[in-house]
Design a protein around this ligand. Structure first.
Ligand code: GDP
Ligand code: ZN
Length: 298
């Protein structure tokens, strides 16, 4: 019987078949891959053998359409955030908390690398004054010019949430954003109920850190599904190399072959067309963050 993993807790996995959820362990014939710090993840489609009305055994994991990886800081292995995703919803805010555009750019690059469509959502617009609204407009125009959808919303004041809900319809969306940005609030709105997510808040320690770090899938009122990623503060790439990054910037694409050196990474190389276009077709902020992300990759 086929099911979808919607949550993992230690070595137990909640697997959904139609509308029923079974608690399962893995006991397949094949050894789980040792390359991942978490070999089974929310979103995985698995073959299940039921052993009772509520429990089952995962026999096998079907091939993943895609996944989103970050480096596991524990063992440097790949940590799979989620698999079989249609799009990422990258959440940010101008204030409380302020989101660095570098974080957003990193999420966008990783989405492109794993062939997942990125969408941006700036939440908490109810808090913005005129000047901050201006700032957000500028940011918005940068991403719009790259054909990346950027929504502005307030979950608290119910502003623009219908548009957000619509884009999630019939899709499986990975929601990424720093703690405090409004993920739980948004998920509660979209599921129409106080989901488990809010209960997890009690697990938060002092500075908003969470002890649960596994992704979980929630079904929305509109047939969409979201994958919630608690504790997604910052992350490091796992398998994206220095030479890959430039291909993950849509605004570099038509120019990538025109630099003097054909392996130009657009840093300090002479005759770099990308550098010549900064402030013209290439946003200076995006470029500076590109350099900063490049420097993080070893
Ligand atoms: P999470 O850590 O990303 O899950 O964020 P939460 O959903 O727990 O939200 C963190 C805080 O921000 C809570 O106090 C929410 O009530 C508040 N919040 C969420 N959305 C908004 C918003 O649109 N505007 C304002 N002013 N506060 C918000
Ligand atoms: Zn160059």
């Amino acid at each position: 019987m086929k099911g979808v993993v919607i949550k993992s807790v230690g070595n137990t996995y909640n697997v959904q078949v139609n509308n029923k959820i079974f608690k399962c362990n893995y006991r397949g014939k094949y050894k789980l891959s040792n390359n991942f710090s978490n070999p089974i993840v929310s979103g995985d489609i698995v073959e299940l053998e039921l052993i009772s009305k509520e429990t089952g055994i995962i026999e096998k994991i079907y091939e993943r359409k895609n996944y989103f990886l970050k480096k596991s800081l524990k063992d440097n292995k790949a940590h799979i955030i989620a698999s079989n995703i249609d799009q990422t919803l990258i959440m940010g805010s101008i204030k409380s908390p302020y989101t660095k555009l570098k974080f957003i750019d990193k999420c966008i690059s990783a989405s492109y690398f794993y062939e997942i469509k990125p969408i941006i959502l700036f939440n908490k617009i109810d808090l913005l004054n005129k000047e901050e609204e201006e700032k957000l407009n500028e940011i918005s125009s940068i991403y719009n010019s790259l054909n990346i959808k950027l929504f502005t919303a307030s979950v608290k004041e119910n502003i623009n949430l219908n548009e957000v809900s619509e884009i999630l319809n019939n899709k499986r969306t990975l929601i990424i954003g720093n703690s405090g940005i409004g993920k739980s609030s948004l998920i509660n709105f979209l599921t129409g109920k106080k989901s488990q997510r809010t209960d997890d808040l009690s697990l938060k320690t002092g500075r908003g850190k969470q002890t649960t770090t596994f992704s979980e899938i929630f079904s929305l009122k509109n047939n969409g599904k979201v994958v919630d990623t608690p504790g997604f503060k910052d992350f490091y790439f796992h398998d994206i190399d220095k030479n890959d990054l430039k291909f993950l910037y849509p605004e570099f694409k038509i120019k990538n072959n025109q630099c003097k050196f054909n392996n130009c990474n657009h840093q300090n190389e002479p005759g770099c067309i990308i550098k010549e276009n900064i402030g013209k077709s290439i946003s200076e902020r995006r470029y500076n963050n590109y350099l900063s992300i490049l420097n993080e990759i070893d």
